[in-house]
Design a protein around this ligand. Structure first.
Ligand code: PRP
Length: 207
C-alpha cells in the first residue's frame, strides 16, 4: 500500500484528479463527509487529507510514502525528502509587497511580516539587509496597513488580495508550484510502485 498525503483544499483536489487520471482512483474520496483517510486496496493506494503545511512532516517521517507539497512549504521547512516531480499546478510566486507609497530606507531595520520567516530571512540576508521578522499565521496583508510591518513576504497568485488592500508587489522572490515529494526510505523500498505513480502522473503535466 502506498500512503499518499494530499493537501486539503483546491490544490489537493487538483492533485488527486491527476492521480485519478493516472489510474489511482479512490472513489470513496468524493463522498461528502468528514473522513480524512480513504483507500483503494485494489489499486494499492491510501489517501489522506492533511493541512498543506503538514504534508512534508508526514512524508519526512514516513507516515506518508509520497505527498503533494507546495514549493513554498519545502523552501520554508527544508525537509529531508525527495522532490520527484513538479506537477505544474498551484502556480504562484513568493513576493515582497508593501503599501503603494512605501519608500524603503536602507539605513533602517526593515520590519517584515510573514508566514515564511526562513524564506524571508534567506532572501534579505543575501542582500545583507537587516530585518525584523514578525511571524504571522494568515491575513498577512493587514500588517502594513495597520503599521505592524513595513513590508510583507507572502504568496501572490492573482494579485487580487494585494490590490484590494491597496498594496502592491515590490520584488519577486521565487516561483512556486506543487511538487510530488517522497519519503527517502519509501523511495528505496517501494521504488517500483512510486515510479509507476510518477510515470502515470507525468503524462498529464502541463508546465
Ligand atoms: C494566500 C496568500 C494571499 C492570497 C494570495 O492566502 O497568503 O493572502 O492567498 O492570493 P491572490 O494573489 O490570488 O489574491 P490564503 O488564502 O492561503 O490565506 P491566509 O490569509 O490564511 O494566508
Amino acid at each position: 500500500m502506498i500512503n499518499i498525503a494530499l493537501p486539503k483544499g483546491r490544490l489537493g483536489e487538483k492533485a488527486y484528479a491527476m492521480l485519478e487520471a493516472a489510474g489511482y482512483e479512490c472513489n470513496s474520496i468524493k463522498e461528502q463527509n468528514r473522513k480524512l483517510i480513504f483507500e483503494n486496496p485494489e489499486k494499492g493506494v491510501r489517501y489522506f487529507w492533511v493541512k498543506p503545511s503538514d504534508v512534508v512532516i508526514y512524508v519526512e517521517r514516513g507516515a506518508a510514502d509520497i505527498g503533494i507539497a507546495g514549493k513554498d512549504i519545502i523552501l520554508e521547512y527544508s525537509p529531508d525528502i525527495y522532490e520527484l516531480e513538479d506537477l505544474g499546478i498551484g502556480k504562484c510566486r513568493m513576493a515582497v509587497a508593501a503599501k503603494k507609497d512605501f519608500c524603503d530606507r536602507r539605513d533602517r531595520t526593515l520590519r517584515v511580516a510573514t508566514k515564511f520567516p526562513n524564506i524571508a530571512r534567506s532572501f534579505y540576508s543575501k542582500q545583507s539587509r537587516e530585518i525584523d521578522i514578525i511571524k504571522l499565521n494568515g491575513s498577512i496583508e493587514i500588517a502594513p496597513i495597520l503599521g505592524l510591518s513595513d513590508v510583507i513576504v507572502d504568496i501572490v497568485e492573482t494579485g487580487k488580495t494585494l490590490y484590494e488592500n491597496d498594496l502592491e508587489p515590490k520584488q519577486d522572490i521565487v516561483d512556486i508550484s506543487a511538487i510530488l515529494v517522497a519519503n527517502k526510505v519509501s523511495y528505496k523500498f517501494k521504488n517500483a510502485e512510486i515510479n509507476a505513480i510518477c510515470e502515470g502522473i507525468r503524462k498529464n503535466i502541463t508546465k
